[in-house]
Design a binder for this molecule. Sequence first.
Ligand SMILES: [Zn+2]
Ligand SMILES: [Zn+2]
Ligand SMILES: [Zn+2]
Length: 442
Amino acid sequence: MIDGSQHAGTLEPPAVGSPESIPDEALRTELAALVETQVTIEPLPEPTDLADGRTIRKTARKVAPPPATTRLLVRRQKTETTVIVDGRGLARRHVTGDAVAVQIGGWRAATGQPSWALAGWNPVPKILFTAELDRWQAAIAAVGGFALLGVRNGEEPPVWHRIGDDRVEDLHRGALGALVRGPNTLTSVIAMPAGARLHGPVIVRAELLERRVSYHHSEAEAGNAIVSAAEALALLTPDTPPTAPHAENTLLPQLVTELLRLVDGHGFGQSWVRIGQRVEETWRLLSGHTITTGYDVPGGTVQGHLLDAVTGRPLRSAYACRAHHLVDLVSRCATCRTDTCAACHDSVRPCVLCTGGVCAGCLADADGRCTACAALKKVGMFRRSRFGASITDAVWHGTGPNVEVTVRRVKDAWFLDRCENNEQVTTPLAGETLMSVQRLLR
Ligand SMILES: [Zn+2]
Ligand SMILES: [Zn+2]
Ligand SMILES: [Zn+2]
């Protein structure tokens, strides 16, 4: 049909006596039916009266009877109507004998989105061209360079044909584009997670109970695709793979060439993404509490980081304070022996008297003393010897949870003994520090 040659019937009768000249059974039956139903003889003869009959007999002469047989030349004239698709659109060829009439429903740039042509696709394709002729409809649907020709007769399901056969990657890139950018975009992947080589950040003095990994994308500058979009889609949306209607690969090469001309310049945009990992972890702290952390590992990298709750800096290892802030530095309260950080509203500060760390919850009074320092009392004459002081010296002693503080005046020298966790540190007091301690002892 492509080359336009079509012949039906002939005006030349077959030679008399040749096999073709003997009508076949079907033709004879058709002719008999025609004679019976359509041939009438009019007017029919009528009987005449006797007198006229005598006159007629005198004047009548013998006539030769007509021959019993006659030769009938019959020609079957075939008609045929064919609807085809070609570079012009839908074409109907109606053949009657030698005459061929062609009617074209030409390709038009699609203005609408015929729903029959969109079914069975992921992503939604771009309908580039449509053609209509009577009950027939045709559409060229494409995702980038992956293009199919759909043809439909009335309400019947469409039949799809491949236009070219090696652009499936565009279908995948289109599905990725629809996911990350929007319709009519072909997206390439320039970075992917390094898979099992993930190095998660560590929380000191805690146990990792569970790790959950999901995938995310971020837009990137134009670059070389490193993996197929199909691989990225399998990570991002494993349940909705790219699909297209089942299509035959039977179009003639010449038609494929003509249709590919229509598909070129399909008007799809391009974008590039990195695929990264989103990791969620559950950790059990020494306190018995569990906390959940989250961090992103950009595509192409393996090291995960936690963000410092105070500075925002990325950390490979972190401490969790008692408020579960993750930081690179915590301060322990000597009194309640819990950790706070600079992000805590009740974080540890030095006690104004003994300079030991004390959290806001353990401050014993408004001037900033720890429980032990707030409890400092002058030791009676007879108990001073326990602190290595003589009867003329002076000793103040206070205790709090986990901390004991002693201030001693031995002769003219002053000392501060601080005992925490069975570890005693003695500091001589002088100058400003001494004056400050003396003020607080009053
Ligand atoms: Zn405390
Ligand atoms: Zn904190
Ligand atoms: Zn103190």
